[in-house]
Each structure stands twice: as C-alpha cells, then as structure tokens.
Design a protein around this ligand. Sequence first.
Ligand code: GLC
Ligand code: CA
Length: 562
Amino acid sequence: MKNKWWREAVVYQLYPRSFMDTNGDGIGDLPGVLARLDYLQWLGITVIWLCPIFRSPNDDNGYDISDYQAIMDEFGTMADFDRLMAETRRRGMRIILDLVVNHTSDEHPWFVESRSARDNSKRDWYVWRDGKEGHPPNNWESIFRGPAWQYDAATGQYFLHLFTARQPDLNWENPDVRSAICDMVRWWMDKGVDGFRIDAITHMKKAPGLPDVPGAPPHRPVPAYDFHMNVDGVLDYVDQMARDAFDHGDIMTVGEANGISAHQAETWVGDTRGRLSMILQFEHWHLWSGNPRAGLDVRRLKTILSRWQRELDGRGWNALYLENHDLPRVVSRWGDSQHHRSASATALAAMYFLMQGTPFIYQGQELGMANTVFHSLADFDDVFAKHRIAEMRASGMDEAAIFDEMALTARDNSRTPMPWDDSHNAGFSTGRPWLPLNPDYPEVNVAQQQRDPHSVLNFYRSMIALRAAEPALVHGHYTLLLRDNPQIYAYTRVLGDDGFVVICNLSARPARYRHAGFTLRRADCILANMKVASHDDLMSFALSEYEVRVYRISPQGSDNLN
Ligand code: GLC
Ligand code: CA
C-alpha cells in the first residue's frame, strides 16, 4: 500500500515560458524557476507541475515534443533541470512533469522516419490512411479546428492529428509505441521525478475502423468526440502505463480527462483499481465554455462539484482546480475583475481549495490576475487562437465580433508573463517578453501583494497553511449546504470531531446566510476575506459582495451533518 503523499499536496502549475527569464531573451527558463523557488516555498507549495520542458519546435508551446529526453533549448540544459530538481527537493518540494504522449511533434525522429516511406519500420507508429476520392479518410474535425487529417505528398497518404497538423497522433494500438513510451517514463522516474500530469489521456484510443461521424454533410469535418474521447479500451493503455511504468515508484499521476463524468471517475482513480492518483475533470470548465458570456451559475456549479465530491469520497481522490494554461483567468470568467477583483478572487479560491482533494493553483492565480488586454487580432499568439480566428473569418464573421470572442476566450489570457514587481517588464525579463505583460502589472504583482497583508496572495498563503494544519480540510467528508441558494456556495468538511464550514458569497450582491444546523461563533471564524462584522445572530448573518468566511464547528453538537 502506497502512502498517497499526494493527497496532502498543494500543486502549483508552472508555465515555464512565462515564469522567469534569466538570460534576457524574453522567454522564461529553468534557471528562472530555480531563482524563484523560494517564493513557491514561502507560499507553501509542495508540488510543482512543470508544463512541458522538453525539446520542441513550439508549434503549441511545448505540447509538441520532438525529443522526450532533452530539454527545450530556450529553457536550458539537462544540467539545469538536475539542479532544479535537487534544489526543489532541498526545500521539501517535488516536481511532476507534463507527459504529452497522445501525439508528438512532426519533428520527432519517430515521425520523421514514419513519414519517409510506407514500408518504414516506424510507419505504423502513427495513424496513416488512404484518402477517399481526394478527401481525407474520414470526416473528423481536429480539436483545434479544420480536418483532423493532413495529406503527406511524399507517400500519398494522410496522417491523423487531433490537435494541430504539427502534432501527429501516435498509434497506441501498436505495442512498440506503448513500450517506447513506458521506457521513456521509466527513464524520468529513475531520474527522480515525482510524477506526471498526462496530457489528453482520454484521447489515446480511437474508435476501431475510424468511422465517419454519421449524418454529417459530405466532405466537411465535424466534431468527432464520440470517436476519439473516452473510447472503450482506453483504460487498457492506462493500465499498461501503470503496470510497466508508474507502479515502479511512489509517484503522483494526474490525467487530463476531458469526457469523463463523475460517475465514471471511480474507474479511472478508484482506490481499488490502482490506475491514476487523480484526474482533471472538465465539467465545471464546460459550464463556462458552454456560455462564456453568461456569468457564473452558482447552483449549477454546486451540482457539478458536489457530484464529484460525492462520487469519489472514500473511493478515490479529486484534483481541484479553477484555472490552467488553457483557460482565461477565473476572476474574469466567474468573478468581477472590474469592481471586486480581490474579493471575488479570494471567494472563488476558498470555494474550490477547501474541498476534498488535491488543490492546484495555476501560476498567477494566487495574485488574482485578470485577463489581459488585446488591441487587435494580431495580438493573439496561441496556435489554437489562430486557427479559431481563421475559421471565424472563413465563416464570414466580422472582425469586431471575432475580436470580442477571442478577447473573452483565448488561452493567451492566462499565459502572460508572471508579474514579480512594478519595475520594467515586471521583473520577468530584461529583454522583450515573448508575450506582452498584462498592463495591470504595476498594481498586480508579487512584491506588492507580499507587502499587503490583505492581498489575494496572502489569502492563498493563509489558506494553504490552514489546510496543512487541519487534516479535516484534506480528508474530511464534504456536505453541501444551502443547495438552492443562487448566491452562496457553502459546505462543511468533517473528520471525526473536527469540522469546518466554508461559506462563500459568489455574487456581486450582498447575500444572507441562514442555516439552522449548527452554531457559528465569531471567535471561531478562522479565515475571511474581509473584516467580519459582528454577527446579528449566530445562524443568520449578512454577507457582503464576494465575502467568504470559514468557521470551525463542532460536528458533535449539530444535527444537520452526516
Ligand atoms: C492539452 C493541453 C493543451 C494542449 C493540448 C494538446 O489539452 O493542456 O495546452 O494544447 O493538450 O497537447
Ligand atoms: Ca530565457
């Protein structure tokens, strides 16, 4: 039985390109991460998830790998990585890597060989098919838009790419591919890394025969998720990775799991299955992306997150997150970055962070960073953004509408360089940053927030310390309160005699908290994002816009907890 150290962990998702540049080329690098390790330690982080650091032509910022066992030139050398790992350890923290194995770069030697001839021994390492009367082999659309197939004139066939045409999908049906990947994973484990976040894991299996999506107009690519996401048999690949690689160490594994429902989660992360430590689910993400202009529907959010809490309690483990490098900033999506930036950032923070599971913080989230400011369509750097812009233009949409859509939803929003202080380029680089800084950096930066005891950053730091000190906040049962309240997200966490109630007003309007289950005493308020007004009465009180309070309660004396 493994000790499951990762249940107590607090993970910091670090986007190296934008974290800290030490050589003035405007691109963050591994010596930059090293230079800022003390900051992460000060914050209370115990695990650093490094977004891809491997050699890559950077079509998709490192999610297109051309050598799994070398460091990206701009980021430094393997010696830099070894030093970073040693120094991270020395500070009591660990490192997990981003394992991108659904696809490689088209510059990976495996693919270079594979495309060289139909009879090359690596041909079958990727997915090659003949076209159909001058059209792609089927009508699948790429997740990044356009057809999921690219014609390769050299050998007269098409190859499959679920993401960009420079990210050809590996053929996981091929046992040689699976064992090459497991060997590579073992190599990093032998080096001492503490785990992996596995990119696009639910896409590794494609529907047998690669059938057309039925009922679609001819020769037009259409979304094909049913045929390449969570397809029956994908768990066999996960099992092999667990058996031949992950299980050989005491590591943390986190699957990026689009398409998995709370109900299915147990098969992926259940204690008795021994597959993955946890998965990053997409249901609350889709609550936003389904209607990015709608603002937060607190009731639906409660339904989704409570379902995940319930399904895995005592059976598996949740990964808790609000932000990542693929999503715009959460204060801009669900908070109020204009009028209540700090309050909404901290209310959202307490809401997700104190649930049962391992919390992830995405770089800059701890400052309550908001979306950045774009001036024209030329400002969007991300390859997915470029594809979407081309698609919208082709459909005849007008430029202003395209711009609005992109400013609201583009991944570039969360990829701006880390603002360390209010100096030139925010202390990120002495050169010209690869992506412009968020223009609000003179006000929103690490140095300023370290000084301010009421900052978002210090709120995160207190929250992390509180969780570290209270096993109930890690392992305790979760019970949702006030299910139908449209403004307040409130829940309890109970472990034996210890209990907490977390109360978050997630709206820009005052709210009234009323609950008869237990007594809340002012002296027991152990975390808050504003000065707590004296209670008018212990079971009912007013909350300001985006006010959050966490109270210690004694589960014994209450009738409403189970
Ligand atoms: C994952 C990554 C994303 C990347 C894609 C293709 O979704 O999080 O950034 O573009 O996979 O690798
Ligand atoms: Ca650099």
